[in-house]
Design a protein around this ligand. Structure first.
Ligand code: ADP
Ligand code: MG
Length: 353
Protein backbone atom coordinates (compact mmCIF):
# COMPACT_ATOMS: atom_id res chain seq x y z
CA UNK A 1 0.00 0.00 0.00
CA UNK A 2 1.83 3.04 -1.24
CA UNK A 3 0.93 6.15 -3.15
CA UNK A 4 2.71 8.63 -5.37
CA UNK A 5 3.03 12.06 -3.85
CA UNK A 6 3.43 15.32 -5.71
CA UNK A 7 4.01 18.90 -4.67
CA UNK A 8 3.35 21.29 -7.54
CA UNK A 9 4.48 24.89 -7.21
CA UNK A 10 3.98 24.63 -3.47
CA UNK A 11 5.12 27.75 -1.57
CA UNK A 12 4.81 29.32 1.89
CA UNK A 13 5.23 32.89 3.07
CA UNK A 14 4.79 34.25 6.56
CA UNK A 15 4.20 37.96 6.07
CA UNK A 16 7.28 39.20 4.22
CA UNK A 17 9.45 36.20 5.00
CA UNK A 18 9.63 33.21 2.68
CA UNK A 19 9.59 29.80 4.39
CA UNK A 20 9.49 27.94 1.06
CA UNK A 21 9.97 29.28 -2.47
CA UNK A 22 7.65 27.77 -5.13
CA UNK A 23 8.74 24.12 -5.18
CA UNK A 24 8.06 21.05 -7.31
CA UNK A 25 8.77 17.61 -5.88
CA UNK A 26 7.54 14.16 -6.90
CA UNK A 27 7.94 11.16 -4.60
CA UNK A 28 7.34 7.79 -6.25
CA UNK A 29 5.01 5.20 -4.72
CA UNK A 30 6.96 3.14 -2.19
CA UNK A 31 10.00 5.40 -2.31
CA UNK A 32 12.02 6.50 0.74
CA UNK A 33 12.76 10.18 0.15
CA UNK A 34 14.62 12.31 2.66
CA UNK A 35 14.40 16.08 2.99
CA UNK A 36 17.90 17.03 4.13
CA UNK A 37 19.14 20.50 4.94
CA UNK A 38 20.30 22.87 7.67
CA UNK A 39 17.95 24.22 10.29
CA UNK A 40 15.54 26.80 8.85
CA UNK A 41 15.88 25.60 5.24
CA UNK A 42 12.14 24.82 4.94
CA UNK A 43 12.03 21.05 5.50
CA UNK A 44 9.30 21.05 8.15
CA UNK A 45 7.30 23.64 6.24
CA UNK A 46 7.28 21.43 3.13
CA UNK A 47 6.41 18.31 5.14
CA UNK A 48 3.59 20.06 6.99
CA UNK A 49 2.08 21.32 3.76
CA UNK A 50 2.08 17.72 2.50
CA UNK A 51 0.38 16.66 5.74
CA UNK A 52 -2.15 19.47 5.64
CA UNK A 53 -1.12 20.93 9.01
CA UNK A 54 0.11 24.08 7.26
CA UNK A 55 -1.84 25.70 4.42
CA UNK A 56 0.25 26.65 1.37
CA UNK A 57 0.42 30.24 0.09
CA UNK A 58 0.45 28.84 -3.46
CA UNK A 59 0.53 25.54 -5.32
CA UNK A 60 -1.04 22.19 -4.68
CA UNK A 61 -0.45 18.71 -3.24
CA UNK A 62 -1.52 15.50 -4.97
CA UNK A 63 -1.57 12.06 -3.36
CA UNK A 64 -2.19 9.08 -5.67
CA UNK A 65 -3.25 11.53 -8.36
CA UNK A 66 -5.89 13.20 -6.18
CA UNK A 67 -5.65 16.91 -5.38
CA UNK A 68 -5.69 17.01 -1.55
CA UNK A 69 -4.66 20.65 -1.11
CA UNK A 70 -7.95 21.45 0.61
CA UNK A 71 -8.47 18.06 2.28
CA UNK A 72 -8.04 18.02 6.06
CA UNK A 73 -4.99 16.13 7.47
CA UNK A 74 -6.96 13.18 8.86
CA UNK A 75 -8.50 12.45 5.47
CA UNK A 76 -5.33 12.43 3.34
CA UNK A 77 -4.40 8.79 4.04
CA UNK A 78 -1.09 9.78 5.61
CA UNK A 79 0.62 8.92 8.89
CA UNK A 80 2.97 11.18 10.82
CA UNK A 81 5.79 10.68 13.31
CA UNK A 82 7.56 13.57 15.02
CA UNK A 83 10.65 14.05 17.14
CA UNK A 84 8.59 14.34 20.30
CA UNK A 85 6.77 11.06 20.54
CA UNK A 86 3.53 12.74 21.65
CA UNK A 87 2.23 9.57 23.31
CA UNK A 88 -0.70 9.95 25.69
CA UNK A 89 0.89 9.57 29.16
CA UNK A 90 -2.26 8.28 30.87
CA UNK A 91 -2.84 5.51 28.30
CA UNK A 92 -1.10 2.15 28.08
CA UNK A 93 1.07 1.34 25.09
CA UNK A 94 -1.73 -0.78 23.67
CA UNK A 95 -4.30 2.00 24.01
CA UNK A 96 -1.91 4.54 22.51
CA UNK A 97 -1.53 2.40 19.41
CA UNK A 98 -5.28 1.69 19.28
CA UNK A 99 -6.27 5.34 19.62
CA UNK A 100 -6.15 6.31 15.94
CA UNK A 101 -7.98 3.14 14.91
CA UNK A 102 -10.77 3.73 17.42
CA UNK A 103 -11.07 7.30 16.14
CA UNK A 104 -11.52 5.80 12.70
CA UNK A 105 -14.37 3.67 14.09
CA UNK A 106 -12.83 0.30 13.30
CA UNK A 107 -14.49 -2.79 14.74
CA UNK A 108 -13.14 -4.21 18.01
CA UNK A 109 -11.69 -7.19 16.17
CA UNK A 110 -10.01 -5.03 13.50
CA UNK A 111 -8.49 -2.81 16.19
CA UNK A 112 -7.16 -5.80 18.14
CA UNK A 113 -5.51 -7.33 15.09
CA UNK A 114 -4.05 -4.06 13.78
CA UNK A 115 -2.59 -3.13 17.20
CA UNK A 116 -1.10 -6.58 17.76
CA UNK A 117 0.43 -6.57 14.27
CA UNK A 118 1.87 -3.06 14.66
CA UNK A 119 3.39 -3.87 18.08
CA UNK A 120 4.89 -7.08 16.69
CA UNK A 121 6.35 -5.16 13.77
CA UNK A 122 8.28 -2.82 16.09
CA UNK A 123 9.04 -5.75 18.45
CA UNK A 124 7.20 -4.22 21.40
CA UNK A 125 4.48 -6.85 21.96
CA UNK A 126 5.61 -7.62 25.52
CA UNK A 127 5.31 -3.96 26.47
CA UNK A 128 1.62 -3.59 25.57
CA UNK A 129 0.47 -3.07 29.17
CA UNK A 130 3.14 -0.55 30.16
CA UNK A 131 2.73 3.21 30.27
CA UNK A 132 4.92 5.59 28.24
CA UNK A 133 6.89 6.75 31.31
CA UNK A 134 7.96 3.15 31.89
CA UNK A 135 9.72 3.03 28.52
CA UNK A 136 13.09 4.30 27.26
CA UNK A 137 13.25 7.01 24.59
CA UNK A 138 13.91 4.46 21.86
CA UNK A 139 10.99 2.30 23.00
CA UNK A 140 8.67 5.30 23.08
CA UNK A 141 9.67 6.18 19.54
CA UNK A 142 8.94 2.60 18.46
CA UNK A 143 5.44 2.96 19.92
CA UNK A 144 5.00 6.25 18.04
CA UNK A 145 5.96 4.38 14.86
CA UNK A 146 3.57 1.51 15.68
CA UNK A 147 0.75 3.97 16.29
CA UNK A 148 1.35 5.46 12.86
CA UNK A 149 1.74 2.10 11.09
CA UNK A 150 -1.34 0.55 12.72
CA UNK A 151 -3.80 2.06 10.30
CA UNK A 152 -1.57 1.28 7.31
CA UNK A 153 -1.29 4.72 5.71
CA UNK A 154 0.01 4.72 2.14
CA UNK A 155 2.22 7.77 2.84
CA UNK A 156 4.22 8.21 6.05
CA UNK A 157 5.80 11.54 7.01
CA UNK A 158 8.57 11.54 9.61
CA UNK A 159 10.05 14.80 10.98
CA UNK A 160 13.41 14.19 12.70
CA UNK A 161 11.93 11.15 14.51
CA UNK A 162 15.31 10.10 15.94
CA UNK A 163 16.46 13.60 16.87
CA UNK A 164 16.05 13.07 20.61
CA UNK A 165 17.96 9.77 20.78
CA UNK A 166 21.66 9.25 21.46
CA UNK A 167 24.00 8.30 18.60
CA UNK A 168 24.11 4.56 19.17
CA UNK A 169 20.35 4.15 19.55
CA UNK A 170 19.79 6.47 16.60
CA UNK A 171 21.91 4.25 14.36
CA UNK A 172 20.07 1.17 15.57
CA UNK A 173 16.67 2.79 14.93
CA UNK A 174 17.82 3.88 11.46
CA UNK A 175 18.23 0.28 10.38
CA UNK A 176 14.88 -0.59 11.98
CA UNK A 177 13.13 2.21 10.10
CA UNK A 178 14.73 1.05 6.86
CA UNK A 179 13.45 -2.48 7.54
CA UNK A 180 9.98 -1.23 8.45
CA UNK A 181 9.82 0.78 5.23
CA UNK A 182 10.49 -2.40 3.24
CA UNK A 183 7.98 -4.39 5.28
CA UNK A 184 5.19 -1.79 5.03
CA UNK A 185 5.87 -0.84 1.42
CA UNK A 186 4.50 2.66 2.08
CA UNK A 187 5.88 5.90 0.62
CA UNK A 188 8.16 7.54 3.22
CA UNK A 189 9.12 11.21 3.39
CA UNK A 190 11.71 11.65 6.13
CA UNK A 191 13.14 14.92 7.44
CA UNK A 192 16.62 15.18 8.93
CA UNK A 193 19.52 17.64 9.15
CA UNK A 194 21.95 14.72 9.57
CA UNK A 195 23.71 13.85 6.30
CA UNK A 196 24.84 10.41 7.49
CA UNK A 197 21.27 9.51 8.38
CA UNK A 198 20.07 10.70 4.96
CA UNK A 199 22.79 8.75 3.12
CA UNK A 200 22.02 5.57 5.10
CA UNK A 201 18.23 5.59 4.79
CA UNK A 202 17.21 7.10 1.51
CA UNK A 203 16.38 5.94 -1.97
CA UNK A 204 16.67 9.61 -2.90
CA UNK A 205 17.64 12.76 -1.05
CA UNK A 206 16.09 16.17 -1.61
CA UNK A 207 18.72 18.63 -0.38
CA UNK A 208 17.26 21.93 0.80
CA UNK A 209 18.90 25.28 1.45
CA UNK A 210 17.43 28.72 2.15
CA UNK A 211 13.79 27.89 1.39
CA UNK A 212 14.45 26.03 -1.83
CA UNK A 213 15.56 22.70 -3.25
CA UNK A 214 19.29 22.67 -3.96
CA UNK A 215 19.51 19.20 -5.58
CA UNK A 216 17.51 15.97 -5.75
CA UNK A 217 19.19 12.63 -6.39
CA UNK A 218 20.30 9.28 -5.05
CA UNK A 219 22.81 9.35 -2.19
CA UNK A 220 25.53 8.42 -4.73
CA UNK A 221 24.44 11.25 -7.08
CA UNK A 222 24.74 13.80 -4.31
CA UNK A 223 28.06 12.46 -3.07
CA UNK A 224 29.73 11.90 -6.45
CA UNK A 225 28.15 14.66 -8.50
CA UNK A 226 27.11 17.53 -6.24
CA UNK A 227 25.65 20.28 -8.40
CA UNK A 228 26.67 23.21 -6.24
CA UNK A 229 29.24 24.32 -3.68
CA UNK A 230 26.58 24.05 -1.01
CA UNK A 231 25.80 20.43 -1.93
CA UNK A 232 29.50 19.55 -2.00
CA UNK A 233 30.06 21.09 1.41
CA UNK A 234 26.96 19.67 3.07
CA UNK A 235 27.40 16.03 2.05
CA UNK A 236 30.56 14.15 2.97
CA UNK A 237 33.98 15.61 3.62
CA UNK A 238 35.23 17.80 0.83
CA UNK A 239 38.26 19.76 -0.27
CA UNK A 240 37.41 22.76 -2.39
CA UNK A 241 40.37 23.82 -4.53
CA UNK A 242 40.03 27.29 -6.00
CA UNK A 243 41.99 28.72 -8.87
CA UNK A 244 42.13 29.90 -12.46
CA UNK A 245 42.29 27.86 -15.67
CA UNK A 246 45.81 28.04 -17.19
CA UNK A 247 46.34 29.71 -20.60
CA UNK A 248 47.96 26.52 -21.89
CA UNK A 249 46.52 23.03 -21.83
CA UNK A 250 48.28 19.87 -20.65
CA UNK A 251 50.14 17.37 -22.83
CA UNK A 252 46.95 15.41 -23.51
CA UNK A 253 44.95 18.53 -24.39
CA UNK A 254 43.31 18.63 -20.96
CA UNK A 255 42.51 21.94 -19.25
CA UNK A 256 44.69 22.73 -16.23
CA UNK A 257 43.47 24.34 -13.02
CA UNK A 258 46.13 26.32 -11.15
CA UNK A 259 45.30 25.58 -7.52
CA UNK A 260 46.83 24.40 -4.23
CA UNK A 261 50.24 25.46 -5.58
CA UNK A 262 50.16 22.98 -8.46
CA UNK A 263 48.93 22.22 -11.97
CA UNK A 264 45.78 20.12 -11.73
CA UNK A 265 44.51 18.31 -14.83
CA UNK A 266 40.75 18.29 -15.46
CA UNK A 267 38.89 15.74 -17.61
CA UNK A 268 39.71 16.49 -21.26
CA UNK A 269 36.28 17.67 -22.33
CA UNK A 270 35.58 19.92 -19.34
CA UNK A 271 34.01 23.10 -20.77
CA UNK A 272 36.17 25.89 -19.36
CA UNK A 273 37.69 29.09 -20.74
CA UNK A 274 41.30 30.15 -19.98
CA UNK A 275 41.74 32.62 -17.10
CA UNK A 276 38.30 31.90 -15.64
CA UNK A 277 38.16 31.02 -11.94
CA UNK A 278 36.74 27.70 -10.78
CA UNK A 279 36.30 25.52 -7.73
CA UNK A 280 37.18 21.84 -7.85
CA UNK A 281 35.75 19.30 -5.42
CA UNK A 282 38.28 16.68 -4.34
CA UNK A 283 37.01 14.08 -1.86
CA UNK A 284 39.61 13.03 0.77
CA UNK A 285 39.58 9.41 -0.47
CA UNK A 286 40.45 10.29 -4.10
CA UNK A 287 44.20 11.16 -3.89
CA UNK A 288 47.08 8.73 -3.61
CA UNK A 289 50.34 9.69 -1.87
CA UNK A 290 53.44 9.79 -4.08
CA UNK A 291 56.98 11.20 -3.80
CA UNK A 292 57.17 15.01 -3.63
CA UNK A 293 57.37 16.71 -7.05
CA UNK A 294 56.00 13.64 -8.83
CA UNK A 295 52.29 14.40 -8.36
CA UNK A 296 49.87 17.20 -9.25
CA UNK A 297 50.45 19.08 -6.00
CA UNK A 298 52.86 18.93 -3.03
CA UNK A 299 52.25 19.53 0.64
CA UNK A 300 53.59 19.05 4.15
CA UNK A 301 51.80 16.85 6.67
CA UNK A 302 50.54 19.27 9.33
CA UNK A 303 48.41 16.86 11.34
CA UNK A 304 47.40 13.20 11.48
CA UNK A 305 43.91 12.31 12.70
CA UNK A 306 43.07 8.71 13.52
CA UNK A 307 39.56 7.62 12.45
CA UNK A 308 39.61 3.91 13.31
CA UNK A 309 39.19 2.41 9.88
CA UNK A 310 41.60 4.90 8.31
CA UNK A 311 43.76 7.93 8.97
CA UNK A 312 43.09 11.50 7.83
CA UNK A 313 46.12 13.62 6.93
CA UNK A 314 45.90 17.40 7.10
CA UNK A 315 48.24 18.79 4.49
CA UNK A 316 49.56 22.31 4.19
CA UNK A 317 49.95 22.94 0.46
CA UNK A 318 52.62 25.02 -1.28
CA UNK A 319 50.28 27.98 -1.71
CA UNK A 320 49.33 27.88 1.99
CA UNK A 321 45.93 26.24 1.47
CA UNK A 322 44.90 23.20 3.53
CA UNK A 323 43.86 19.83 2.15
CA UNK A 324 42.48 16.74 3.88
CA UNK A 325 43.45 13.32 2.54
CA UNK A 326 42.53 9.82 3.62
CA UNK A 327 45.33 7.36 3.93
CA UNK A 328 45.26 3.61 4.52
CA UNK A 329 46.58 2.05 7.72
CA UNK A 330 49.50 0.42 5.88
CA UNK A 331 51.35 3.73 5.45
CA UNK A 332 53.07 5.35 8.42
CA UNK A 333 53.16 9.06 7.73
CA UNK A 334 54.82 11.50 10.13
CA UNK A 335 54.10 15.14 10.82
CA UNK A 336 56.49 17.31 8.80
CA UNK A 337 56.86 14.78 5.93
CA UNK A 338 56.70 16.22 2.41
CA UNK A 339 54.33 14.35 0.09
CA UNK A 340 52.97 14.61 -3.45
CA UNK A 341 49.40 13.77 -4.50
CA UNK A 342 47.93 12.31 -7.67
CA UNK A 343 44.37 11.26 -8.46
CA UNK A 344 42.09 10.27 -11.30
CA UNK A 345 40.81 13.58 -12.75
CA UNK A 346 37.47 11.89 -13.42
CA UNK A 347 36.97 11.48 -9.66
CA UNK A 348 36.82 15.26 -9.19
CA UNK A 349 33.86 17.56 -9.81
CA UNK A 350 34.05 21.13 -11.11
CA UNK A 351 31.48 23.21 -9.25
CA UNK A 352 29.37 26.14 -10.29
CA UNK A 353 30.21 29.35 -8.48
N1 ADP B 1 4.73 29.65 11.95
C1 ADP B 1 5.76 30.35 11.42
N2 ADP B 1 5.75 31.70 11.43
C2 ADP B 1 6.79 32.42 10.90
N3 ADP B 1 7.87 31.86 10.34
C3 ADP B 1 7.95 30.52 10.32
C4 ADP B 1 6.91 29.69 10.85
N4 ADP B 1 7.27 28.40 10.68
C5 ADP B 1 8.48 28.40 10.07
N5 ADP B 1 8.89 29.69 9.87
C6 ADP B 1 10.16 30.07 9.21
O1 ADP B 1 10.28 29.41 8.00
C7 ADP B 1 11.62 29.00 7.74
C8 ADP B 1 11.67 27.49 7.51
O2 ADP B 1 11.35 26.84 8.72
P1 ADP B 1 11.24 25.26 8.84
O3 ADP B 1 10.44 24.75 7.71
O4 ADP B 1 10.78 24.93 10.21
O5 ADP B 1 12.76 24.83 8.65
P2 ADP B 1 13.49 23.44 8.98
O6 ADP B 1 12.47 22.41 9.29
O7 ADP B 1 14.28 23.15 7.74
O8 ADP B 1 14.40 23.71 10.13
C9 ADP B 1 12.42 29.45 8.96
O9 ADP B 1 13.05 30.66 8.65
C10 ADP B 1 11.36 29.63 10.02
O10 ADP B 1 11.76 30.60 10.95
MG1 MG C 1 12.23 21.24 11.02
Amino acid sequence: MSAKLEAIGIAKRYGDSVALEPTDLAVQAGEFLTLLGPSGSGKTTLLQMISGLVAPSAGRIEIAGRDVTHVEPGKRGIGMVFQSYALFPHMSVWDNVAYGLRMRRKSREEVRKAVDDALAMVRMSEYAKRFPKELSGGQQQRIALARCFAYRPSVILLDEPLGALDKKLREHMQSEIRGLHKELGATFVYVTHDQDEALTLSDRICLMNQARIEQVGTPADLYDRPATRFAAGFIGHSNLLEGAIDETRGAGGEPILLAAGGRIPLPVNTPVAPATRHTLLLRPEAPRLVEPQSGFVDGTIADIVFFGSDTRLQLSMNDGSALSVRCGRSLSPRIGDRVGLVWDPYRTTLLHA
